[in-house]
Design a binder for this molecule. Structure first.
Ligand SMILES: Nc1ncnc2c1ncn2[C@@H]1O[C@H](COP(=O)(O)OP(=O)(O)OP(=O)(O)O)[C@@H](O)[C@H]1O
Length: 334
């Protein structure tokens, strides 16, 4: 379990203070993959540095397992940090060292014997699918292979937590998919808790169990992927299940609805019209699988020759687990 409590980082500048991280609270369960998504300047890099205590937070706690990293002395911190393996955007491998030597570097710091380092490196290289490449040099590898070496190196000291900072931002789409699949499989096999910092929704969609949205140093939304996706009012839901471009909708009532795609047996329009005296047009739709669940996001234009009972429509949709957001209403009963 990782717990972040009231984490705050203020950079004091001569003319003003910059609050880069603003009172963040977060709990990540053991074995969970949690994505923290934010735009440029949201505070992602600062958060990574504070989580690893490379930068001392101004206030707050970072608790890994039962150890409060903010409470340990600088000398003990080096040991405590070994529980967190780091994966970066660029693997930053040493070009003068072989792949196996790069993987084993964290073990040099703890004075592991040469044979032990080599054995561990070979084991990890097999885990990340690079068996046979142990004696090659980084320059002989592709970007994706170098990132695999970076992941193996992050696992060398047997961490409990993997902290991935923009792990796929420098990779092409196919290699991104491969690396995300690899992170998922090593996390499952080694029962790691993973924190992924990213600006790419694709990473959240394809890798994470839960997600937080970071904006101006604050977490403004957070939850299990399936929960945030199902909430039509959440910004994350709109990014996870974006509607395709569509014509402007003119109708008495225009609503967006999100829910589990398999929760309705008949098309959504028939489901609503069966219980309400209205006609329903689907103006746009997106059905996507997140984790193991298929979600549907619809934009619906609803018309009737009598005043529309919005509460009745919401009740029908709620019974099927759909959340509703009203975009425009002009023929709706008060
Ligand atoms: N050392 C520093 N001194 C002063 N301000 C800083 C410092 N580091 C970061 N900041 C400020 O803190 C805020 C968050 O920056 P940070 O680099 O953490 O964001 P980010 O989400 O990682 O952005 P990017 O994706 O562009 O790297 C920004 O306003 C930035 O200008």
């Amino acid at each position: 379990m990782i717990s972040v409590r009231e984490l705050t980082k203020v950079y004091r500048q001569p003319t003003r203070d910059v609050v880069a991280i603003d009172d963040i609270n977060l709990d990540i369960d053991d074995g969970e993959i949690h994505g923290i998504i934010g735009r440029s300047g949201a505070g992602k890099s600062t958060l990574v540095r504070c989580l690893t205590l490379l930068d001392r937070p101004t206030k707050g706690q970072v608790i890994v397992g039962s150890q409060d990293l903010t409470a340990v002395s600088d000398t003990k911190l080096r040991n405590a940090r070994r529980r967190i393996g780091m994966v970066f955007q660029h693997a930053n491998l040493l070009s003068s060292r072989t792949v196996a030597e790069n993987v084993a570097m964290p073990l040099e710091i703890v004075n592991a014997k040469k044979a032990e380092r080599r054995a561990r490196a070979l084991e990890l290289l097999e885990l990340v699918g690079l068996q046979g490449l142990e004696d090659t040099y980084p320059a002989q590898l592709s970007g994706g292979q170098r990132q695999r070496v970076g992941i193996a190196r992050a696992l060398a000291a047997d961490p409990d937590v993997l902290l991935c900072d923009e792990p796929t931002s420098a990779l092409d789409p196919n290699t991104t998919d491969d690396i995300l699949t690899l992170i998922r499989s090593v996390a499952d096999r080694l029962h790691l808790t993973v924190v992924v910092i990213t600006h790419e929704m694709l990473v959240v969609k394809n890798l994470c169990d839960s997600v937080s949205l970071l904006e101006a140093g604050k977490i403004v939304e957070s939850g299990k992927l399936s929960e945030v996706a199902a909430d039509v009012n959440s910004q994350l839901s709109r990014s996870l299940l974006p509607l395709p471009t569509h014509q402007p909708v003119t109708a008495d009532l225009v609503i967006e609805v999100v829910g589990k795609a398999d929760a309705v047996n008949t098309p959504i329009g028939s489901t609503i019209a069966a219980e309400n005296p209205v006609t329903v047009d689907i103006a746009a739709a997106n059905i996507e699988t997140l984790g193991t669940t298929r979600f549907a996001h619809y934009l619906l234009g609803i018309n009737s020759d009598q005043p529309i009972n919005l509460t009745g429509i919401e009740a029908t949709l709620a019974r099927h687990g759909f959340s509703v957001r009203v975009r425009a209403a002009r023929g709706v009963q008060a």
